[in-house]
Write a protein that binds this ligand. Structure first.
Ligand SMILES: NC(=O)c1ccc[n+]([C@@H]2O[C@H](COP(=O)([O-])OP(=O)(O)OC[C@H]3O[C@@H](n4cnc5c(N)ncnc54)[C@H](O)[C@@H]3O)[C@@H](O)[C@H]2O)c1
Length: 243
């Protein structure tokens, strides 16, 4: 198991299904956590132990991100940044839902960029900085009604690759994880009943991902052992995209 003792990990979207699983896994690995969300994560931080912190930041707000990351970096340093917060609005491509499109881009694509840029000075000081971006299989393959979401997650993959080549010289790696449907309460609402059964059947392993499996993938990419893995997209999709 990865050993993250002595390292500070900032996890965005920590109040959500996958974020909470990541917080638990990273805490077990010995990291000191800073849990970031627009929702309150004080209770989670407290449950995981006295060294952990939390910060309420609206990731749609560039000024709030800049101030928040600067404060976190000054107070705790930043060795690992997990850009996990995300928004999953879906609609057919023919519908020009401009507000939903822009909001999706602000949260899923612009925020990870601004978080990473804000964290960069601290990741440089770390000397073994890690950026893990939570993309989606929808950023790699086409899924109906995922025009905005898929475009944001595809953009996040390319952003990851650019950061990977620009910042490797500082000992920083940047990688993305592209999960299939992950069994969080939110996701199961959209993938219930017959639609869910069919989707599961289309995945070679015959099931959706578990939050703990995405957390384990993130933990690996954040570990010292993954130092040679840079600019990669780790498909966590049960083989769906290679059919
Ligand atoms: N669950 C899935 O099936 C699935 C599949 C592939 C990828 N993903 C990605 O995994 C990540 C986590 O997803 P999840 O299923 O845990 O979702 P979730 O909705 O449970 O959690 C997302 C978190 O992001 C936070 N957030 C949203 N807008 C924010 C803002 N403006 N500022 C700060 N925080 C904000 C929310 O408060 C929430 O806690 C997302 O990026 C999602 O796109 C999820």
């Amino acid at each position: 198991m990865a050993d993250l003792s002595g390292l500070t990990a900032v996890i965005t979207g920590a109040a959500g299904g996958i974020g909470t699983a990541m917080a638990e896994a990273f805490a077990r690995a010995g990291a000191r956590l800073v849990l970031v969300d627009i929702a309150e994560t004080a209770g989670l931080a407290e449950r995981l132990g006295p060294v952990h912190r939390h910060a309420v930041i609206d990731l749609e707000d560039p000024a709030a991100i800049a101030a928040g990351v600067e404060r976190i970096g000054r107070e705790t340093g930043i060795d690992i940044l997990v850009n996990n917060a995300g928004l999953g609005i879906v609609f057919p491509a023919e519908k020009t839902e401009i507000d939903a499109f822009d909001r999706t881009m602000r949260i899923n694509l612009r925020a990870p960029w601004l978080m990473a840029a804000g964290a960069l000075p601290f990741l440089k000081v770390s000397g073994r900085g890690r950026i893990v971006n939570i993309s989606s299989q929808a950023g790699v393959i086409a899924i109906e009604e995922h025009a905005a979401y898929g475009a944001s997650k595809a953009g996040l993959i390319n952003l990851t690759k650019v950061m990977a080549i620009e910042w490797a010289r500082y000992g920083i790696t940047a990688n993305a994880i592209a999960p299939t449907v992950v069994e969080t309460p939110m996701a199961l609402v959209g993938w219930s009943g017959e639609k869910g059964e069919k989707a599961r059947g289309d995945i070679p392993v015959g099931r959706f991902a578990r939050p703990s499996e995405i957390a384990a993938a993130a933990l690996y990419l954040a570990s010292a052992e993954a130092g040679i893995v840079n600019g990669a997209v780790l498909m966590a999709d049960g083989g769906y995209s290679v059919r």
